[in-house]
Design a protein. Structure first.
Length: 133
C-alpha cells in the first residue's frame, strides 16, 4: 500500500510543470556584452559564452514574474543552447505593427530570418518593435 502511494505521488509530481519560470516570446536585444550562464544560480558558463552587443537572441522566458534573468537561445553554445542573462543586458522586444483595419486583409506577422536565431540588430529593427520591459 505504501509503495503504491509513493508511486502515485511521484507520478503526480512529475506531471506538474515547474513553477516560477514564465515563458516569453520575442527577442533579447543585447545593449552590451554580458555573460550567458548555463546556470544562473551557480553562475556556470561552459565555453565562456557572452551575448554580443547589438545582436538579438530568441527569448525563451524569464525566471519569474518581475524576475532578473532572461532565458535565451544561443545557437552553438556548448553543453546547452539555453542560457541565462541578466535583464540589464538589454530589453525584451516583440514584433509589432500597425493596428489592423477590420475591413483590410490580414497581414503577415514579422518573422525572424530563417535559419538563424541570433540576428543582427538592424534586421530586428527593420520591423517596428515594441519595448516590453
Amino acid at each position: 500500500m505504501l509503495k503504491r502511494s509513493c508511486l502515485l505521488a511521484m507520478t503526480l509530481c512529475s506531471a506538474i510543470p515547474a513553477f516560477g519560470q514564465e515563458p516569453l516570446e520575442g527577442w533579447l536585444v543585447a545593449t552590451k556584452a554580458c555573460e550567458a550562464y548555463q546556470s544562473k544560480n551557480q553562475l556556470t558558463n561552459p565555453g565562456d559564452v557572452r551575448v554580443v552587443e547589438n545582436f538579438a537572441y530568441s527569448m525563451i522566458g524569464i525566471n519569474k514574474l518581475g524576475g532578473e534573468w532572461f532565458q535565451i537561445r544561443i545557437p552553438g553554445a556548448p553543453v546547452t543552447e539555453s542560457r541565462w542573462v541578466h535583464i540589464r543586458c538589454g530589453p525584451h522586444v516583440v514584433a509589432s505593427g500597425p493596428v489592423p483595419n477590420p475591413d483590410d486583409e490580414p497581414q503577415e506577422p514579422f518573422k525572424a530570418q530563417a535559419g538563424t536565431e541570433a540576428t543582427d540588430l538592424k534586421q530586428v529593427f527593420s520591423a517596428t518593435v515594441e519595448y516590453v520591459c
